[in-house]
Design a protein around this ligand. Structure first.
Ligand code: MG
Length: 267
């Protein structure tokens, strides 16, 4: 069952969304050659706890860290490491917080110093796919419309769309119904209603879509060893359209100024 959130619930979803967005943006500016994902993890955990929230990932089915740090060919669920990041790497940082009983979940892929044009494009298109997916999350659309919006854009570039992991409903639990694949057919699957909250998270591979899980039982990597990018927002479906919850105050202001939340397209 998909749980529609009340107005009161949505206020709490907004609060936790903004909280975790501030953490994400603080991490973004910390990423540079020489820093380790463990440094980033520790900073994130401190920021989340200092804000009076809990790092949702710690202990989730036994996951040991506050963030998932997935570098280069790692797709999702990577463990933080003390090894320094090096120029040319890309790092997917996925994080969630629980605050006042509700969860916010967000991810970004960040370049470490100067990266290749090929990787710049991979990250950019992943973010564009996220935006297209978000714009499809509208009342009376269906879950398949979100997947199709992501898929259609990603396929223009020939990227492998990861099928083994999906976006999800979110609320009091990090993973609620429904699953939100990054592929689909328009007009299929569950109908979208006001009050639904989703985490949409395209994962695009430079090579093929195939994945495997490492011996740590968590880290998911591309089977062909090529790099992968990941981006994620938590959103609420409102009668006026999708409302992205995992934006900082400043990002909300900028989006509003650009009218982006009302735009039909995502460029
Ligand atoms: Mg998620």
């Amino acid at each position: 069952m998909i749980i529609a959130k009340s107005a009161k619930d949505l206020d709490k979803m907004r609060a936790v969304g903004e909280l975790i967005a501030e953490v994400r943006e603080a991490l973004r500016v910390m990423v540079e050659p020489g820093i380790s994902t463990m440094d980033l993890n520790n900073a994130a955990e401190k920021m989340i706890r200092d804000a009076g929230a809990l790092p949702t990932f710690i202990g989730y089915h036994g996951f040991p860290y506050a963030i998932c740090a997935s570098v280069n060919d790692e797709i999702v669920h990577g463990f933080s490491k003390t090894t320094p990041l090096i120029e040319g790497d890309i790092a997917s940082l996925d994080m969630a917080a629980t605050y006042q009983g509700f969860v916010g979940d967000t991810a970004m892929t960040v370049p470490v110093g100067k990266i290749s044009e090929e990787l710049e494009q991979l990250i950019r298109v992943t973010e564009e796919c996220l935006e297209y997916g978000i714009q499809a999350a509208r009342v009376n659309n269906r879950i398949g419309d979100i997947g199709w919006a992501v898929q259609e854009h990603a396929e223009k570039f020939g990227y492998g769309i990861v099928r083994d992991y999906t976006g999800h409903g979110i609320g009091r639990q990090m993973h609620e119904s429904p699953q939100i694949p990054n592929y689909g057919r328009p007009g299929t699957k569950e109908r979208i209603r006001a009050g639904y909250c989703f985490a949409i998270e395209p994962m695009l591979n430079l090579g093929t879509a195939a994945t495997k899980t490492l011996g740590d039982k968590w880290t998911v990597v591309t089977l062909d060893g090529k790099p992968s990018a990941h981006a994620e927002h938590t959103l609420a479906v409102t009668p006026d359209g999708p409302e992205i919850l995992t934006l900082t105050k400043e990002q909300k202001r900028l989006r509003q100024a650009n009218g982006a939340d009302n735009a039909a397209s995502a460029t």
